[in-house]
Design a protein around this ligand. Structure first.
Ligand code: ADP
Ligand code: ASP
Ligand code: MG
Length: 469
């Protein structure tokens, strides 16, 4: 085998103990592969802390970030003390960490003076957690005798300028990787690369969105044409449901890219929703494995997995949503209402997660994040003002605190009885289904329920449809 990309998430590199286990795993794998690339997240909680520091500074608090810098210093220093026995290596690493924390404090001081934090500044600040941790993990691997070197992905992953949600420019990234990373691999270096971050063509730091280190690993896997990409996390693989909601959820041995894409899109935090995009094209197997239970094989994600089509394999829920309805008996005869509705929604940059339209065309409903509701309704009322005056449209309204519960499995569209099984399971617990969407994807059926019924709905579908289906 040639190239393996191993990505360690925040918990997997969140303490000295975890970093030791992660390093053991790397030690075990490197002899089996010609090239190994390690991608690391910040220590768990660090990105949140950095963002919180910047946000409070912007809101006039010039103390919180100082406390955060002090806490992060303690956290990293303790880990370094436990991980490195070589005094020289320890001192130089602590000097580097001190430098990043000084940067953090001075950015926050400027933000405090300015009274605002731009998305661009937020990316520079939130990148510091990965920058620090790549150095910590690389130092541990060096101490274990491996030729590790910390590398900032800002030198490799080229993105557009959409700060906080940047998209990689794959051709430019491939050029950088060929020029800077491939030669290192050929020299036998073990790169330890920061997850989550990239840079514009001009070198300005960007981030790929929260949880984006998975995406970093698959971007690097694709441009290196790796043989496998592993994301190492704190659960045994992709499970039949979120284990925090369904403690008896089981590992799914194989899933398709499309199934995992659907699960991640509808809220399963185990992978960043965009992770599958780069690897699909090259058909690179993606594995989800547990750093803390390395003997468990995990979940293999490929294009054509084994297993029966047409069964529900997993259930997931996404929260923080509202359903907007455009409603009126006169809508039936008016051409282009749907197009105009969604153009108005798009003008506000809102992400539509689900659409359902009554066949009588008397209403169109769609689900968007609650944070976008006020501007979206204002845009709709402006766009449809004439129809509202004429009473062709009676009202545009929203229902907040709703959740999309999605049942995921390949071939659900063509399998009779799946929707009925889901409805029956929910009816048995008197859970009301507000709306349903099926068919846009072959892999999922989505149901809208009230937020307070999300947990019982997920448990009930898991129990009745996945376990006994
Ligand atoms: P990492 O820091 O390793 O990237 P994350 O916290 O981002 O880890 O994602 C792993 C977490 O995702 C698990 O600890 C689990 O609580 C949650 N999760 C939610 N849904 C699922 C699911 N269907 N399968 C596995 N984990 C899930
Ligand atoms: N550290 C980043 C975050 O917390 C990226 C990641 O963990 O994947 O969002
Ligand atoms: Mg994650």
């Amino acid at each position: 085998m040639r190239t393996l990309v191993m990505k360690f998430g925040g918990t997997s590199v969140g303490s000295a103990q975890a970093i030791k286990l992660a390093a053991d795993l790397v030690l075990r794998e490197t002899p089996k592969w010609q090239h190994t690339v390690v991608v690391v997240s910040a220590m768990r909680g660090v990105t949140d802390a950095l963002i919180h520091g910047a946000a409070t500074a912007a809101h006039g608090d010039d103390q919180a970030y100082r406390g955060i810098a002090a806490d992060l210093r303690v956290k990293h220093t303790l880990a370094v003390a436990e991980l490195l026995s070589n005094a020289e290596a320890r001192t130089s690493l602590l000097v580097a960490i001190e430098g990043y924390l000084d940067e953090f404090a001075s950015f926050c001081r400027s933000i405090h003076v300015l009274g605002e934090v731009t998305p661009r500044a937020m990316d520079t600040i939130s990148s510091l957690g990965e920058r620090m941790n790549a150095r910590v993990v690389a130092a541990r691997l060096q101490e274990a005798g491996l030729p590790a070197r910390a590398i900032d992905a800002t030198d490799l992953i080229v993105t557009d300028q959409r700060f906080q949600q940047a998209t990689p420019l794959m051709d430019a990234t491939r050029e950088r990787v060929d020029a800077h990373l491939v030669p290192l691999l050929e020299q036998g270096v073990l790169p330890v690369i920061t997850g989550f971050i990239g840079a514009t063509r001009d070198g300005i730091t960007t981030t790929l969105g929260r949880g984006g280190s998975d995406y970093s690993a698959s971007i690097l896997g694709a441009v290196l044409n790796a043989d496998e990409v592993w994301t190492l996390t704190d659960v045994d693989g992709v499970l039949t449901a979120d284990p925090r909601i369904v403690p008896e959820a089981r590992v799914i041995p194989e899933l398709s890219y499309a199934e995992v894409g659907e699960l991640a899109y509808f809220g399963a935090k185990v992978l960043h929703p965009k992770t599958i995009h780069p690897v699909i094209e090259h058909n690179i197997p993606l594995w989800v494995k547990n750093t803390f239970n390395p003997t468990c094989p995990g979940t293999r994600i490929v294009s054509d997995p084994m297993g029966t089509r047409g069964t529900v394999k997993a259930v997931t829920a996404i929260t923080g949503l509202s359903m907007v309805t455009v409603e009126g008996r006169g809508m039936m005869g008016v051409p282009g209402i749907a197009a105009r509705t969604f153009a108005a929604v798009a003008s506000q940059g809102a992400n539509v997660l689900m659409i359902s339209q009554a066949s009588s065309e008397q209403s169109i409903c769609f689900v968007i994040p609650t944070a976008d509701v006020t501007p979206v309704i204002a845009a709709l009322e402006e766009e449809l003002a004439l129809e509202i005056t004429r009473r062709d449209i009676d009202r545009v309204w929203s229902m907040s605190d709703i959740v999309i519960v999605s049942a995921v499995g390949a071939g659900l569209r063509g399998t009779p009885g799946v929707a009925a099984a889901l409805f029956n399971a929910l009816a048995a617990q008197a859970i009301n289904v507000i709306a349903i969407a099926q068919g846009s994807s072959d892999c999922s059926i989505s149901l809208v329920v009230n937020a307070d019924q999300a947990t019982p709905a997920v448990r009930q579908i898991h129990e009745q449809v996945i376990n006994h289906g």
